[in-house]
Design a protein around this ligand. Structure first.
Ligand SMILES: [Zn+2]
Length: 230
């Protein structure tokens, strides 16, 4: 697990298949996304690497319910019970242990059949359900309050996804999985709708950020982000 300092107070923890982020906010340490199941120890190690302790964690924000982003939420909350923020649909999904909702009814039915109506738990479809209440957020909310991260509805990759804008000195856009920057910067696979994802990416270009960061791959500057998605 690699820790990359993105800006003065924001760190990227690169887990085996996904990035999660730590924001050292004046009101406490914020974790953005929780990695797949089994990531808790790696995340706690990352927290220590930036000179903090797991008990310093004060808030969690989930960008979306996919298992690689929400899979360790239940385990982390068993250790430290702190507020979790997510979109209303994301909150509903993780409370039920659902990580992925197919957009097509026929696909949903086929998956049900393949998993013998839920008896076989495919890792990418399900997570450990989260029994703690999740605080729901809407576009324009700031978490954790004043000078916090601005919530942006960012559907397309998945219907429940949010992105985050953090207007500090070096302003950041947490683009979640709307795009990825693994080999090159490009839109992520749109499980909900390619068209909606393109609209989301266009909308994100209007935010005055300096650096964009992603669930998968490396950070990118505003210039390249705009050149691809405006
Ligand atoms: Zn995803």
């Amino acid at each position: 697990m690699e820790v990359t300092k993105i800006t003065e107070n924001v760190f990227q923890l690169t887990l085996p298949i996904v990035n999660v982020f730590l924001v050292d906010h004046p009101s406490g340490l914020i974790l953005i996304d929780t990695g797949p199941k089994g990531s808790k120890d790696l995340i706690f190690e990352g927290i220590r690497k930036i000179g903090k302790q797991p008990k310093d964690l004060k808030y969690i924000i989930l960008t979306h319910a996919h298992h690689d982003h929400s899979g360790s939420l239940a385990a982390i909350l068993e250790d430290i019970n702190i507020p979790v923020y997510a979109s209303p649909l994301c909150a509903k999904m993780v409370s039920k242990g659902i990580a992925f909702e197919p957009k097509l009814k026929i696909l949903a039915f086929l998956l049900k059949l393949i998993t013998l109506f839920g008896l076989i738990r495919l890792q990418f479809l399900y997570i450990d359900p989260v029994f703690y209440p999740i605080k729901t957020v809407s576009e324009g909310d700031t978490i954790p309050g004043k000078n916090g991260l601005h919530i942006i509805n960012a559907p397309g990759h998945s219907a429940e996804q949010i992105a985050l804008f953090y207007p500090v000195k070096e302003a950041l856009l947490f683009a979640a999985d709307s795009a990825e920057n693994i080999k090159s910067l490009k839109p992520s696979y749109a499980y909900q709708s390619q068209e909606i994802n393109v609209q989301t990416l266009k909308k994100l270009t209007f935010f005055p950020f300096d650096v964009a960061i992603f669930g998968h791959g490396n950070a990118a500057g505003k210039k390249i982000f705009d050149s691809k998605f405006k």
